[in-house]
Write a protein that binds this ligand. Structure first.
Ligand code: SF4
Length: 355
């Protein structure tokens, strides 16, 4: 794309962004720490999902120093329900690294930003451009799609080798100039609200006159969709063991991706297997707990990455065994759930079964 065309697209995007962008809380701050937190929260997560978490998290941990001083349990509980919990652990580790190596500040250089846990090229470019006004590009699925359409498919946006390099080069050319943070956010905004995957709204698009995809008459054909791996279906049994209004939770082992969170006792199982017997055996073998007969109840669906999990809920009560004083077991009251770090699946099941 030649420099004159890039300059025209740039100018149109910036003007449109300033007129039309959604008001979002992280767009009204200049605090690099808050911008870093927002970018980590937005990884693989939609804006609407992040909104209630962002301000709560910053109220609880208003500075790098406050975050670095928190326990993993405190950070996970503020993250509870947002999913992809490695991001919460990365934020905590990142805050500690900033204290140790960057004088309690978010680093400025992209290379330093990329040394922070959980920060890849996209997040480093977003923080560098939005917080520090550096002309660093960003590239995610939305922006790849916009660039593929703008170039009429010459850039395929399929994340392969030379094409990926060409995508970064074009994004890098567009961000050169004043207000690189706004320019990057205008591309993100365009992909999220106008040039959407489902249907590009070209009539509302600020760059329609330069768009080769629009000129082709079939902008929705770009990018050519990548073949997606089929989702994996998983069956699981989950135990809701009650005592009064409290429910029994366990901590997964240290090698679990959910380590540090509380979870309802649950097991994957085969179609036709007796979930109640397997759960009873698990509780006895792992914790020495005996339960009275577990009866099947609700069915709950939950998605994690490409896994579609169908959970059958089994209700029961404890017949024998000690919970008090055990590190890996606890009773939780429903009104303590918002301050207890629990997995997304557990939260979903409890919301479905508790009054
Ligand atoms: S004109 Fe249409 S296809 Fe081109 S960038 Fe705008 S919305 Fe996307």
């Amino acid at each position: 794309m030649n420099a004159g065309r890039q300059a025209s697209i740039r100018k149109a995007l910036l003007g449109w962004y300033r007129r039309s962008a959604r008001t979002l809380p992280w767009r009204s701050t200049t605090d690099p720490y808050a911008i870093w937190v927002s970018e980590i929260m937005l990884q693989q997560t939609q804006v609407a999902t992040v909104l209630p978490y962002y301000e709560r998290f910053l109220e609880r941990f208003p500075t790098i120093t406050a975050l670095a001083a928190a326990s993993e349990e405190e950070v996970l509980s503020a993250w509870s329900g947002l999913g992809y919990y490695r991001r919460a652990r990365a934020l905590l580790a990142g805050a500690k690294k900033m204290i140790r190596e960057f004088k309690a500040t978010v680093p400025v250089a992209v290379a330093d930003l990329m040394s922070i846990p959980g920060v890849g090229r996209y997040t480093a470019g977003a923080v560098a451009s939005i917080a520090y006004h550096q002309p660093e590009p960003v590239l995610d699925g939305n922006i790849r799609r916009v660039l593929a359409r703008l170039t009429g498919g010459r850039i395929r946006g399929d994340r392969t080798g030379a094409d990926e390099a060409a995508c970064w080069e074009l994004a890098g050319g567009l961000v050169e100039g004043p207000d690189p943070g706004d320019l990057n956010q205008s591309l993100m905004e365009l992909g999220a609200t106008v040039c959407t995957a489902a249907e590009p709204d070209c009539r509302s698009c600020p760059v329609m006159r330069w768009c080769e995809g629009y000129a082709s008459g079939n902008p929705g054909e770009f990018p050519v969709p990548a073949k997606r791996a089929a989702g994996v279906k998983v069956l699981a049994a989950v135990a809701v063991i009650g005592r009064g209004d409290k429910v029994l939770l366990e901590k997964p082992g240290d090698r679990s991706p959910l380590r540090g969170l509380w979870d309802l006792p649950a097991l994957e199982h085969r179609n036709g297997a007796d979930g109640s017997a397997e759960l009873a055996a698990h509780l006895l073998d792992r914790h020495g707990l005996e339960v009275r007969s577990l009866t099947p109840g609700e069915e709950v669906s939950h998605g994690i990455m490409n896994r579609r999990i169908r959970l059958t809920v089994y209700h029961g009560t404890l017949a024998r065994g000690r919970v008090a004083g055990r590190k890996e077991l606890c009773w939780v009251e429903p009104d303590r759930l918002d301050v207890t770090p629990v997995s997304g699946a557990t939260l979903k099941v409890l919301r479905a079964v508790l009054p």
